[in-house]
Design a protein. Structure first.
Lengths: 321, 321
């Protein structure tokens, strides 16, 4: 690998799948070589507290606190606060553990005292021993809203309360037009030697990030390789409602459909070995296909995928020179 | 008992001792005959949440949730939220259980949405099945501040963080001059057929209530009997730092010292059987002594004391007519 591969990797991520690859990257790269930008379009006020589900999933994953059974929340957490809120007649359809509540209480307290979400996130992650940079996509609020056959639903209402059951007709990123990339994101967009879109939901996790004014242009202006990892394997989402939503929005539920979403944004699409027969179709969409094992069960799986993605990045930089 | 004894009882209370007698009163009186006014001078912001220790102690006691070991908090509560806040580098000297946190989260959320503390308290207590009226002394903030040899300390700083160790030189009730009795308190001051000062700390629990402009005058203008129950038994506080503070402020640590504090405010002082020899000295201070068992361990103790206090009230009303 050339010297340039020692440069910065910018990873864009949303929920559980994105956090898995980010963990792999963090296990390989030193802190100064990785910036993980996380979707905040799912953020929501619950009980007057600012909840950032994707930031927390990433934080719990990188700190080792995460619950491997659920993918969200803190392993072994209790639910006394939520139980009591239920007794107080409060709607509690969004599951929040007691330790989880501490994050939201602390985040809300710091935000009310004037800190930005970036500053709060830096403090929370540092307090939990995370040395890599986890940054929100923006310090301004962006809310992913799904227009469905059950009406307009905020992300968590759709995903948790309605169990992703209503049919999606369109998705909006409310507030995106007034948002700016967070300082850490903006700097990484300038400095990155490669950009990785993690295997997150293209519409619910990645599109909110790309909807922030200037992000697509900044990515387009950088002559570095941009690698997306398909969250669709074998014609279905590895996890979550990505496949269902793609179908409802008229997209092909396959790595080819993902290639069409990221065409013009990324150069390379990493697709799973069991989709190897789609490589030519991905190439026909104008993206370089890279076939590899993308399913991540163990930490070794995450490290292995991260290593292959970084090899693509290294090759890409060599090409670019 | 005459018909007039069917009237309203107004009880003023602070922490654990006050809640015990209030529970006894609530077990005898129907909801429409009792208003419990609770000190809020101990209220504090912790982690951006509005904590009302005395309101919660009263609420937990009357709902049966209270922890009989500690007197405060909810029986069997867990401490996951506080543990996690500690991991996040936050000072956690004030013990808050997970179910406790739910109360503070809900209270804060409703206050931020514009509800008064009275409205919030009515809702929280109703949600926990309490039919009797628990009302804050005021909807405006009053903060008990102790001038000590360790500097000026808010009540919880003094009591919990410093374990009531610094010597107290003076006590202030910051904000009291701009506070008004809560609507429920103001109405009960007008309507009460008897007023009971529960065995709470005279300086830290009862004085903040009496410091609200108009309260002393309203009590003085009512020709009903006003009965205080001494929190000092056998020359020491039954619980907490009342004795220590009385001594530091130059008061006699006895039922006689308590009589001097409540002289002109109450007519009757209920003092414990083991202080029977002080009855004459109490009478010499201008208060009618009423000797009875005031130590409350069991619910039966609480009911027995409440019954005797109500008998005093009934006798008093008869006298007044």
């Amino acid at each position: 690998m050339g010297k340039s591969t020692q440069g910065l990797i910018l990873a864009l991520a949303g929920g559980v799948g994105g956090a898995k690859l980010a963990l792999g990257l963090a296990k390989i790269l030193p802190p100064e070589r990785l910036v993980i930008v996380v979707n905040t379009g799912d953020d929501e006020q619950f009980h007057g507290l600012h909840v950032s589900p994707d930031l927390d999933t990433m934080t719990y994953t990188l700190s080792g606190l995460y619950n491997p059974e659920t993918g969200w929340g803190i392993d072994g957490d209790s639910f006394g606060t939520l139980d009591m809120l239920r007794r107080l007649g409060v709607e509690t359809w969004f599951n929040l553990g007691d330790r989880d509540f501490a994050m939201h209480i602390r985040r809300t307290d710091l935000l009310r005292k004037g800190a930005t979400l970036s500053e709060v996130t830096a403090q929370l992650t540092a307090n939990l021993g995370i040395r890599h940079s986890i940054v929100p996509m923006s310090d301004q609020p962006v809310r992913t809203v799904l227009d469905t056959d059950a009406g307009a639903l905020a992300m968590q209402e759709y995903f948790v309360r309605q169990r992703a059951e209503p049919a999606v007709r369109a998705i909006r990123y409310a507030g995106a037009e007034d948002a700016r990339p967070s300082p850490g994101f903006a700097a990484a967009l300038q400095d990155a030697h490669a950009i990785v879109i993690c295997p997150s939901n293209p519409f619910l996790s990645v599109a909110p990030i790309l909807a922030i004014p200037g992000v697509r242009d900044a990515m387009g202006s950088r002559h570095v390789r941009k690698i997306a990892v398909s969250p669709i394997v074998g014609g279905a989402a590895v996890r979550g409602p990505a496949g269902k939503i793609m179908a409802e929005l008229g997209a092909e539920v396959s790595a080819v459909g993902v290639a069409r979403e990221y065409r013009g944004i990324c150069d390379v699409l990493a697709l799973d070995t069991r989709d190897a027969d789609l490589a030519a179709a991905v190439a026909a969409e104008g993206m370089e296909p890279a076939v590899m094992g993308t399913i991540m069960h163990t930490d070794n799986d995450k490290i292995a995928l991260a290593r292959q993605v970084l090899q693509l990045a290294a090759r890409a930089e060599t090409t670019a020179q």
